[in-house]
Design a protein around this ligand. Structure first.
Ligand SMILES: [Zn+2]
Ligand SMILES: [Zn+2]
Length: 571
């Protein structure tokens, strides 16, 4: 599917038009179309072939024509010309968190800044503060944005890597010469960002495997092609390394290439103590070099006297000790999840009706789905006024009577105001089945202020869940500076569930906070924060984060069946 690619192209066109000073009406059209395509269920290439692009909301004749040209030829004359009018570095400036096209245009037109280097220098020399709409704080924020960008440079969000990796593995399986195949590396450990994708195969015909690998239609460039290792870059920009090994080494190689480095160092230490040598080729007797085992990971761990360690735990954060004394957690699985309690509908800034969401949730096998739209102050996200809440509650009541096999719950994602009070009075809050509370405005706070804001919200008796507690956006916004131990203590005291927001650029709380919170007795809920039914499957990334944080079924609210859930929340 080229949906993401086409959406990105349209977003970039809109930005460049903004920089050129085009009228807002025109640039808005590109952004609307980009948004539609980004969230589309169907394949844009098929729609283009069938001439159906103009049936999409927000896609007019002119844009449809451009999309068709891009899909048919792989490039777009209009875009190429536009790029020539604007210096190359400008597109890179647009990728800095917090810098929109308007600011980039001002920097370019007034100060002649056209590269990240020039921008950095100008910030450090205090040259921006003279410009209209810029100040010392803007300079500091831009510098922090540049740092953030450098830190995540060349890394990809988990969902992009996971989707690409899964598609590639499916394609590889078409070849009959493949005995075993698995994703390895940080993707197998489901880290929040991924540098490159590792795939491991066992086969007696490595040459055929390599030929098939480089013939994958999404390959943009072959970096190297050998008998045991081949590397390519995909259309999405991500690098994939394939290794082919012998059957008897597959388990040892999978263990080795899954990592992490720290986990493997510790494991090799145990091997040596027991008189073995562990490498990507297998487990060998140290003195005689005799092959002991290596065909499966399970055997490798067992021979070393360890119980099997799930890949998500392999970070050397105590998993080896826990494995040695048989106290590894029984990790939560995707199948344990019974519903999602943070989904936006058309009532606020979501793309789908509650009915569409309910039907999709049923398809996913859920028992319940919680619609949590924004509250009144969030005008930009069409937050609900008190009157509209009553109509929404009515609609849900009606739908619950009509649709069988799924319980629709009416919640809210209520904004937490600067002083920690909520955006609705308690008289309104008590009308909901459950209340998710989160911060969406006023991000500039000291550690004390931010911690107090959240703990005060937890003191409200109607608050069940704190949404995306640290409010980070991976690669774009740093997490709040919070006293997490204080937050965990308050969560336990007030019986508030902390969210693991499964949206791939959030994954908030992260794995480390999950583990720490659990040790302090905190309970969690895994929600997607879906704004489209295409986001509902993101649940798996939240589950992966929970697993990386050592969480079990009993730690997670939405593993409860509906009847038990009802005892915990008001519905
Ligand atoms: Zn939110
Ligand atoms: Zn939300």
């Amino acid at each position: 599917m080229k949906n993401k690619e086409v959406a990105n192209l349209l977003y970039t066109i809109a930005d460049l038009l903004d920089i050129r000073g085009e009228i807002p009406f025109k640039t808005r059209a590109y952004r609307t179309a980009a948004q539609t395509i980004e969230n589309l269920d169907e394949d844009i290439e098929i729609l283009a072939k069938e001439g159906k692009l103009e049936t999409l909301p927000g896609v007019g004749k002119a844009i449809a024509k451009k999309i068709t040209e891009y899909i048919e030829t792989g490039s777009l004359t209009f875009f190429e010309k536009l790029k020539q009018e604007i210096p190359e570095g400008i597109i890179e400036l647009l990728e800095i968190p917090g810098l929109g096209p308007k600011k980039v245009a001002a920097l370019y037109n007034k100060l002649g800044i056209k590269t990240v280097e020039e921008l950095k220098k100008a910030c450090e020399e205090g040259k921006l503060r003279g410009l209209d709409g810029f100040g010392e704080i803007t300079e500091r924020n831009i510098l922090r944005g540049i740092q953030l960008k450098e830190k995540t440079q060349g890394r990809f969000l988990l969902n992009l890597a996971y989707e690409n990796g899964s598609r590639y593995v499916e394609y590889m399986k078409q070849l009959p010469y493949i005995n075993k195949i698995s994703i390895a590396g940080s993707l197998r450990r489901m880290k929040e960002t991924i540098g490159d994708i590792d795939i491991l195969v066992s086969s007696d015909k490595p040459e055929e495997v390599m030929n098939h690998f480089v013939a994958y239609p999404e390959v943009k460039q072959v970096l190297l092609k050998g008998r045991t290792k081949t590397s390519v870059i995909l259309e999405d920009g991500i690098q994939v390394d394939l290794r082919v090994v012998e059957e008897k080494s597959f388990g040892a190689a999978l263990q080795y290439f899954t990592g992490s480095k720290d986990h493997n160092i510790a494991l090799r230490g145990i091997a040596i103590k027991k008189g073995y040598k562990l490498s990507e080729y297998g487990l060998f007797e140290k003195d005689t070099d005799r092959y002991v085992t290596g065909e499966t990971e399970e055997e490798v761990y067992r021979t070393l006297g360890l119980s099997y360690i799930p890949p998500e735990l392999r970070e050397n954060r105590g998993e080896i000790e826990a494995s040695l004394n048989n106290s590894l957690p029984n990790l939560v699985t995707y199948e344990d999840i019974k519903g999602d309690l943070h989904v936006h509908s058309k009532w606020s800034d979501g793309l789908n009706t509650i009915e569409e969401i309910a039907i999709k949730a049923k398809e996913l096998g859920y028992e319940y789905i919680g619609i949590a739209d924004h509250s009144q102050s969030l005008k930009i996200a069409k937050g609900l006024s008190e009157e509209r809440i009553l109509s929404k509650i009515e609609e849900i009541k009606k739908l619950n009577g009509e649709i069988e096999g799924i319980h629709i719950l009416c919640g809210t994602e209520c904004d937490i105001k600067q002083d920690g009070t909520l955006d609705y009075p308690n008289a309104i809050l008590k009308k909901f089945d459950f209340v998710v509370a989160g911060i969406h405005m006023g991000f500039k706070m000291t550690r004390e202020e931010a911690t107090k804001r959240i703990t005060t919200a937890m003191d409200n008796e109607y608050v069940n869940i704190i949404a995306h507690p640290t409010c980070r956006l991976i690669g774009r916004r740093e997490p709040f500076d919070l006293d997490m131990d204080e937050i965990f203590e308050k969560a336990v005291e007030t019986n508030t569930y902390l969210e693991i927001n499964a949206f791939p650029d959030r994954l908030d709380l992260n794995d480390i906070y999950c583990k720490r919170g659990k040790e302090m007795g905190v309970k969690f809920v895994i929600n997607t924060d879906a704004h489209s039914i295409t986001h509902l499957p993101y649940m798996q990334y939240g589950v992966a984060t929970a697993r990386r944080g050592w969480l079990e079924k009993k730690d997670i609210l939405n593993t409860l069946p509906i009847n038990d859930l009802k005892k915990v929340i008001r519905c």
